[in-house]
Design a binder for this molecule. Structure first.
Ligand code: G1P
Length: 277
C-alpha cells in the first residue's frame, strides 16, 4: 500500500533553525523525526512511500538514499553496529520524492501525490513532523476501512482553548472508537467548533485531527475544486468535508498520543517521552 508524507513548508514555528535544517530531520535519539514516521507507515503495511519536499529539504533524501562508500568504509573498519543501522535504513520501504512548487497549504501538498497514488483503493497520509507515542492509529483506521469502506482521520481529545489550532470533528459514535463524521472544520473558533456525540447522544469533549489520514483517491477530485480556505491556503480539511458528502468519512480514536515536533517545546517533550519508552 502507498503512503504520502508531506514534509514541505517553511517550518515557521521552528525558525531560525528551520531556515537551514528541515524540522523533519531534527533528532530524536540517534534518528531524525521522519525516520519514525516512515517506520510507522511501513509497520502498518504502507511500504511504498512518497515524501513531498520543498526547496531546502534535500537532507531528507540524503538521509534515506544508500551510501555504498560509507557502508564499505564501516565494513573495513569493523563498525558492524553502525553498518547494520545503515542497512536497516535501506530496508525501510521504497521511498520516492516530489516537490511542492509553492507553499499553498497542506491540501496543495497532498495534491502533488495524485499520479503516485493512481487507482489504488486507499492510501495513507502521515504528517512528517508528527510522531505517535503509544502506537499508531493506522491499524485501527485500516480496520475501519475494511468494515465501512470509508476514508478516515485519526482523532484525539482537544481542550477548548486549543480547537482553533486544529481540524475539528463533529459526528456520532458508531463503535467505541469509530465515529461517523458529520462536520469537518479547519481551525474553528471554540464557540462554533463541532462536537462528537456518543452512541446515546451525549456530547463528548472536542476532538481534533491528529496528523494521520486514510484517503480514497477521490480526495484528489475534491482538492481540485477546493478554493483557498483558512489562512488563504488550500486546506485538506475542506476537501475532506467534500469527500464526506460524497461517500462518508470516519473519525478513529486510538489510545496513543500525537507528538508535534514542529516547535521547540514539542521536540523536547517527544525526546523525553521516547527516552522513557
Ligand atoms: C494540520 C491540519 C489540521 C490538523 C493538524 C495536526 O494543521 O491542517 O487539521 O489538526 O495539522 O495534525 P497545521 O499543524 O499544519 O496548522
Amino acid at each position: 500500500m502507498k503512503a504520502v508524507l508531506p514534509a514541505a513548508g517553511f517550518g515557521t514555528r521552528f525558525l531560525p533553525l528551520a531556515k537551514a535544517i528541515p524540522k523533519e530531520m531534527l533528532p530524536l535519539g540517534d534518528k531524525p523525526v521522519i525516520h519514525y514516521v516512515v517506520a510507522e507507515a511501513v509497520a502498518a503495511g504502507f511500504d511504498d512511500i512518497l515524501i513531498i519536499l520543498s526547496r531546502g529539504k534535500e537532507a531528507i533524501p540524503t538521509y534515506f538514499t544508500p551510501n555504498p562508500d560509507l557502508e564499505r568504509h564501516l565494513e573495513q573498519i569493523g563498525k558492524t553496529r553502525e553498518l547494520a543501522a545503515l542497512r536497516e535504513l535501506s530496508r525501510l520501504g521504497r521511498i520516492h520524492y516530489t516537490y511542492q512548487p509553492a507553499m499553498r497549504g497542506l491540501g496543495d501538498a497532498v495534491r502533488q501525490a495524485k499520479e503516485f497514488v493512481g487507482n489504488d483503493p486507499v492510501f495513507a497520509v502521515l504528517l512528517a513532523d508528527t510522531v505517535m507515542h503509544g502506537g499508531s492509529p493506522l491499524p485501527a483506521m485500516l480496520a475501519a476501512w475494511r468494515q465501512h469502506a470509508q476514508p478516515s482521520v485519526a482523532l484525539e481529545p482537544c481542550p477548548a482553548e486549543k480547537v482553533s489550532r486544529y481540524g475539528v470533528a463533529g459526528g456520532r459514535q458508531l463503535e467505541p472508537d469509530v465515529f461517523a463524521l458529520a462536520q469537518l472544520v479547519e481551525k474553528p473558533k471554540p464557540e462554533v467548533a463541532p462536537r462528537l456525540l456518543d452512541a446515546a447522544g451525549a456530547t463528548l469533549p472536542y476532538h481534533a485531527f491528529a496528523a494521520r489520514y486514510l484517503f480514497t483517491p477521490e480526495i484528489f477530485d475534491c482538492l481540485d475544486t477546493t478554493a483557498a480556505g483558512y489562512g488563504g491556503e488550500v486546506q485538506v480539511t475542506d476537501a475532506m468535508e467534500q469527500l464526506r458528502t460524497r461517500r462518508g468519512f470516519l473519525g478513529v480514536r486510538w489510545p496513543g498520543r500525537r507528538l508535534d515536533i514542529g516547535h521547540p517545546a514539542g521536540l523536547i517533550e517527544a525526546a523525553r517521552l521516547l527516552g522513557e519508552a
